[in-house]
Design a protein around this ligand. Structure first.
Ligand SMILES: [Fe+2]
Ligand SMILES: [Fe+2]
Length: 198
């Protein structure tokens, strides 16, 4: 991948930065998401190079303390709504998009949005956003109880994979008493009529 097409760093430089910001497991996850994003992009019509790059950097702020994630968001002048403030799991994605723009020099809006919405999803996602969202949920090392099923479903039909994934996430948030947030709500609503056939 020519990461210089999307950022001011070479692939080796990007990987070195990522390694310095996350543990070995998360770095492996990032490589797996990049690989899976290429596969899904080729299958469903997103730009494979953008998918690989967005997949590689999507968790660039996950390994740093939550307080620092919030600081990155605040310093960029981004206001978080009440639900997002109450959902620390979302912060790394928003901070990640800011970091990608400011530190990696990423200017491609679609790549930045794919990073920003990889956890919450949102309504009207681009194909690239969908691909990165599902690559993250179904990367090779994922082994939650439904991972294999979700992976196979996504391989057959991207929208059914998303419908299953977002319903699973919404159910999990409900169980944990956490707000879904407006973006996940919008995605749930958009996909409410998608019937999962398998
Ligand atoms: Fe993430
Ligand atoms: Fe991830």
């Amino acid at each position: 991948m020519d990461t210089l097409k999307f950022s001011k760093f070479t692939e080796d430089e990007i990987k070195a930065v990522l390694k310095s910001r996350m543990n070995e497991h998360r770095f492996e996850h990032s490589l797996n998401v990049a690989e899976r994003a290429v596969f899904l992009a080729e299958k469903y019509g997103a730009d494979p190079e953008k998918a690989r790059f967005a997949g590689l950097i999507h968790d660039c702020c996950k390994g740093i303390p939550a307080k620092e994630q919030l600081e990155i968001i605040k310093n960029a002048g981004t206001e978080l709504d009440e639900d997002t403030l109450a959902s620390p799991a979302l912060w790394h994605s928003i901070a990640g998009a800011v970091y990608a723009e400011h530190e990696f020099g990423v200017t491609d809006e679609d790549v930045l949005n794919a990073v920003r919405y990889h956890t919450s999803g949102r309504g009207n996602m681009s194909i690239l956003e969908k691909v990165v969202y599902m690559a993250d949920l179904t990367s090779a090392e994922r082994n939650y109880p439904d991972a294999e099923y979700t992976r196979n479903l996504t391989d057959k039909n991207l929208d059914e994979g998303i419908a299953y994934g977002v319903r699973w996430i919404a159910g999990d948030l409900e169980k944990r008493g956490l707000p879904k947030g407006k973006d996940t709500e919008a995605l749930l609503k958009e996909y409410e009529n998608i019937i999962i056939t398998e």
